[in-house]
Design a protein. Structure first.
Length: 504
C-alpha cells in the first residue's frame, strides 16, 4: 500500500486540546482462547513453551486442499464471553475469508467473521473517577490467529526474520467496542474490566505481556460540539495497559497540535514505540473493502439454538461487578477492600472459603478480619515471594482459624503477625504454632495489674508526664508492659488498667 503523507510531526507538544477538542476512542481487543486444540485442526493450542514449528499440521500450515473443522468449545466460550457483556446471539452466523498478504499468513487469507458474527450489540459498564460509563460493544467474533514473525540480527548486524507456525490457527476472539470512550483513562478502565471478565469466565489467560490479550486503538479528535467524527488513526504494537494509556495520550496531543496548525489528519495505522513513547506512521489504514471478504466455502453456517444459548447463560459464574457489590453488602467491606478481593476469581473464591470456615452466622467483625489479613499481610508476603494465591500454603480454613484466635483474645495482632509468617512459610495450623511457642495472649486481669504497677513504679518521669496531660506517655508505658510480657499482653486490657492506675 502507498504510505500516507508524513507532514505531521512525530514529537507532540504538551497541550492535549482538552478544551478545544473532544477525543473519540474505540478499541479492538483480540483475546486468545484457552482451548486445548486450535480453531480448525487438532494441533495443541498451547504454544508458549514449545519449540518453533512443532505444533503444526497441513491445516494450520495453510496447505492447498485441506479442510478446516470448527472447534465447538471455542464457539461456546465466545458465546459465554458475549453473554457476559449482555450481547445478542443471532441464530445464524458464518465464517468468512479475510484476504490480505503478509508473511505470517501463509495461505493469503484469515478465517474470520464479517457481516454475520457470533454476537452483537452489547455493553460494558466501567468506573472512572467515581462515575460509571457505559461503553457499547459492537460485536465479539471468532477467528484464527496468525503465525509469529521473530525478528533477529546476525553477528554482522544484518537483520532477518524467522517464522514460527505454532501460533497459527489458535482460536482468537475479537471484541470490537463502539467509539464511546472519551479519554485514555476510560480506555484503560475498559481494558482492565474486559480482561477481568475474560479471566473470571476462564476462557482466556488474557495476558498482554505474552500476547494472549492484544489491543488496537482507534482515536480521533473533533471540535467540541461537532456531531461528525474526525479522521481516525489506528495504533498498534501496545502490550500493556500503560502502553495503551500512554499511546492514546501521545496521539491526543499530536492530533490536537496538527489541527491547531491547520494540518489534515490522515487515516493511517501508527505503531507505538515504547522506548521513545511516541507513535510513528506505518501504513495507510485498510478498509473492509480492501480485505475482499467472502463466505468461507469450506465451512457451513453456524446455527445456535435458543436452548443452547440459555444453557450457556445459566452456567455463567458471578461476574466481578456483582461480586464486588455483594461483598460490600453481605460482609460490610469497604469498596477498596472488596475491589482488591474480587480483582481475580481465585482470590474471591479464597475469601469466600475462609468466611465459610468461620461458620454459619459468623459476625461481621471476623469476616472483615479475613479481608484485612488478605489485602494486608497475605498480599505483602505473596508479593515478596512472587507467589500466586493458587500456590499459597495457607488454606482458607487456617486463615479463618487465625482470625478466630485474634477475636477470642487468645493472641494479639502483634503475635498474629509472627504466627502468620510461620504459617506462610510451612503451612502449619495457627493453633499448633501458638501452642508450640507458648505465645498465648495474657488476658488475666490480676497478672497484668501486677506488671503495670511495676512499670509505673519504675517510670516516675513518664507518670508525671501523663499527669501533666502528655498522652504520649501512656504509649510509652504501654510499650514497657508489652516488653515485660514479651508482647503477650492483651493491649486493650493493658490500656484500661494503666489509665485506671494512673488516674487513681
Amino acid at each position: 500500500m502507498t504510505p500516507p503523507p508524513t507532514a505531521q510531526t512525530e514529537t507532540a507538544p504538551a497541550p492535549d486540546g482538552a478544551d478545544e477538542f473532544e477525543t473519540v476512542i474505540g478499541l479492538e481487543v483480540h483475546s486468545q482462547l484457552k482451548t486445548e486444540s486450535k480453531m480448525f485442526c487438532r494441533c495443541p493450542a498451547q504454544y508458549a513453551d514449545a519449540a518453533p514449528n512443532t505444533h503444526v499440521c497441513p491445516v494450520c500450515q495453510g496447505m492447498p486442499g485441506v479442510l478446516p473443522v470448527i472447534n465447538e468449545t471455542a464457539v461456546e466460550w465466545t458465546i459465554r464471553a458475549a453473554l457476559a457483556l449482555h450481547m445478542e446471539i443471532p441464530e445464524v452466523s458464518k465464517f468468512d475469508r479475510k484476504n490480505y498478504h503478509y508473511p505470517d499468513l501463509m495461505k493469503g487469507y484469515q478465517i474470520s467473521q464479517f457481516d454475520e458474527p457470533l454476537s452483537q450489540n452489547g455493553h460494558l459498564d466501567v468506573a472512572v473517577d467515581g462515575e460509571t460509563r457505559r461503553i457499547g460493544v459492537t460485536r465479539i467474533h471468532l477467528e484464527e490467529d496468525t503465525a509469529r514473525l521473530l525478528h533477529r540480527e546476525d553477528a554482522s548486524g544484518e537483520s532477518y526474520s524467522l517464522l514460527d507456525l505454532n501460533r497459527s490457527g489458535v482460536p482468537l476472539m475479537e471484541c470490537v467496542s463502539e467509539p464511546d470512550m472519551r479519554s485514555p483513562e476510560e480506555a484503560r478502565a475498559y481494558l482492565v474490566a474486559l480482561r477481568q471478565i475474560f479471566r473470571y469466565l476462564d476462557v482466556s489467560t488474557a495476558d498482554m505481556e505474552k500476547g494472549s490479550f492484544r489491543c488496537d486503538a482507534n482515536i480521533s479528535l473533533r471540535p467540541r460540539g461537532q456531531a461528525a467524527f474526525g479522521t481516525k488513526v489506528e495504533i498498534k504494537n501496545m502490550n500493556s495497559f500503560r502502553a495503551v494509556y500512554k499511546a492514546l495520550q501521545f496521539e491526543q496531543r499530536r492530533q490536537a497540535a496538527a489541527l491547531r496548525n491547520g494540518e489534515r489528519i490522515h487515516q493511517e495505522t501508527r505503531g507505538w514505540v515504547e522506548d521513545r513513547e511516541v507513535t510513528v506512521s506505518q501504513r495507510s489504514k485498510e478498509e473492509s473493502d480492501d480485505y475482499r471478504y467472502f463466505p468461507d466455502p469450506d465451512l457451513p453456517p453456524l446455527r445456535t439454538g435458543r436452548d443452547r444459548v440459555e444453557a450457556i447463560r445459566a452456567a455463567l459464574p458471578e461476574l466481578p461487578a456483582a461480586r464486588l457489590a455483594r461483598f460490600q453488602a453481605e460482609h460490610g467491606l469497604a469498596e477498596f477492600e472488596a475491589g482488591l478481593l474480587t480483582e481475580d476469581r481465585a482470590t474471591a473464591d479464597y475469601y469466600e472459603a475462609a468466611v465459610a470456615a468461620l461458620g454459619d452466622g459468623a459476625p461481621e467483625s471476623p469476616r472483615r478480619g479475613v479481608a484485612h489479613w488478605m489485602v494486608g499481610e497475605m498480599a505483602r508476603l505473596m508479593h515478596e515471594a512472587g507467589q500466586e494465591i493458587e500456590a499459597l500454603r495457607i488454606r482458607p480454613a487456617q486463615l479463618a482459624q487465625l482470625v478466630s484466635l485474634i477475636e477470642a483474645g487468645t493472641i494479639s495482632n502483634t503475635q498474629a503477625k509472627e504466627v502468620f509468617e510461620a504459617m506462610f512459610a510451612d503451612g502449619r495450623d495457627p493453633r499448633a504454632i501458638v501452642e508450640a511457642s507458648g505465645q498465648t495472649q495474657i488476658s488475666d486481669d490480676a497478672a497484668l495489674r501486677e506488671v503495670a504497677r511495676g512499670v509505673i513504679d519504675a517510670q516516675p518521669r513518664a507518670v508525671a508526664d501523663y499527669r501533666a496531660g502528655k498522652q504520649e506517655a501512656l504509649k510509652f508505658l504501654m510499650g514497657q508492659v508489652m516488653r515485660a510480657t514479651r508482647g503477650r499482653a492483651n493491649p486493650p486490657l493493658v490500656t484500661a488498667i494503666l489509665r485506671e492506675l494512673l488516674e487513681a
